[in-house]
Design a protein around this ligand. Sequence first.
Ligand SMILES: [Zn+2]
Length: 291
Amino acid sequence: MGDDHDDVVRFRQRLGLSGLIDVHTHFMPERVLRKVWAYFDSAGPLTGLEWPIAYRHEEDERLALLRSFGVLRFTSMLYPHKPSMAAWLNGWAADFAARTPDCLHTATFYPEPDAERYVREAVEAGARVFKAHLQVGAYDPNDPLLDPVWGLLAEAGIPVVTHCGSGPAPGKHTGPGPIGRVLARHPRLPLIVAHMGMPEYAEFLTLAETYPEVRLDTTMAFTDFTEEFSPFPRAEHGRLAALGDRILLGTDFPNIPYPYAHQLYALERLGLGDDWLRAVCHDNAKALFEI
Ligand SMILES: [Zn+2]
């Protein structure tokens, strides 16, 4: 299995964790995933920066790897970049969850007239988590077509992992402002800010301090790769510690340009302690998803 596998197992064993819960992993229809990989191969979100995908394997191999790492639960984050795509993605994700019992049934949406209907159907079909991507989708989260969607998710208490920060590339509707206005209308929305909100780390920590149902996922944050262009400010370490029950392990597996274990090492070297690591890598998600 190699060094990467051994490093992940050592990390878990040192903490006495039987497994990890990773709230931000990507599984999607094969031809969509190929397009995502081609995008990272060409320029990627960061023009001029190499982004060699570490885990470019067949789906069954990617699943076997996650399980060998001891990842007990993970997600199939997928998202539309245009209208009339979300319902089809949701169909694929429901099928994937049905044949992959350790994957939390994931769904998505786009501002379009039938969004409320297919989101409600996904919830009724057992969706446990949603994904929204404001940069790729290039939509305003305050679009009136989405208001019933946010309301429905807030009422059902279903978390929505949202790429709302302006990193690695900004969008017209990224940053704490637009999603902050959604939260002002739906203060109970279980929002999970992807990538710790990079690069607006401090502003998104403030949102989490303001709204008790707001959480952040660690995806790619604190790694050598990200620290190069979007370093997490040392001055905010105290707030990371204080929000230790609201931070969730996320990795972006398989689309990462470094070994899986590096994300874990990047969390460990923050020096926030073993209790913090256990909460972030397992306990917080276990409680949130009632696993
Ligand atoms: Zn991602």
